[in-house]
Design a binder for this molecule. Sequence first.
Ligand SMILES: C[S@@+](CC[C@H](N)C(=O)[O-])C[C@H]1O[C@@H](n2cnc3c(N)ncnc32)[C@H](O)[C@@H]1O
Length: 264
Amino acid sequence: MESVEGARSFITSGGAYDLFMGRYSRPLAVTFVEAAGVSPGARALDVGCGPGALTGVLVGLLGADAVCAFDPSAPFVAECEARHPGVDVRLGRAEAIPFDDASFDCALAQLVLHFVTDPQQAAIELKRVVRPGGLVAACVWDFGEGMEMLRHFWDAALTVDPGAPDEATTLRFGREGEIAELFSTAGFVDISEATLTVESHYQGFEELWSGFLAGIGPAGTFCLSLPADRCARVREELFRSIGSPSGPFALAATARYAHGRRST
Ligand SMILES: C[S@@+](CC[C@H](N)C(=O)[O-])C[C@H]1O[C@@H](n2cnc3c(N)ncnc32)[C@H](O)[C@@H]1O
């Protein structure tokens, strides 16, 4: 498969991803599956599965035989397969989903839509792979206000570099109505929106900071692009921004959620 632009900063190990983002996406997957109303007996697709946070929740509910997953990052596909034996995990992208027409009762994309190069084409593909009446659901962090880790980071980065690529302005689908509008344009019916909030606990500031140094996603990529002195200034600003913690702390994260149905 050709290189997928949105996956370039996700060619990394599952372990490194977990320390940075998986710590949020695991609890998020539980609330995401609840909001989508996925119930035993369904066949489900995890779209842009990463190392498999959502895949794991779906397997717990539906069994490995009823779950499929795909991602354009080869190391994530390998990790998801290793973590969830029996799940059909494939290399692929949302604009050309590597599964047959009408093969799922539901397709769920957790923290993926904002990285997809052609979301309109992805919505058409999501509609193709669910059966008539099937459910498509997506969630994306609210970068503007709701995702504390990334909000604090970009606020710190902007003090050092006013041109820093703050995800609140560079990425879509983190604001109310944006996922719903995509689904509506693609012809989904029974569209509904919600917010999903989780939190992650850190033993100390170094645990938070080391996540950025792994170079994952736009924040990690930006961090690694900085000369050492400016990177150190972002670190200082971030430490101050989260209240100069001397011990454990927690950060909350809110995602925008929407689902819709393929008409019957
Ligand atoms: C923030 S991670 C989310 C991973 C996982 N869903 C989770 O919740 O932990 C974003 C994922 O989107 C994938 N991705 C990027 N572009 C994509 C595309 N065009 N189609 C499908 N997935 C894509 C990346 O490879 C990465 O695994």
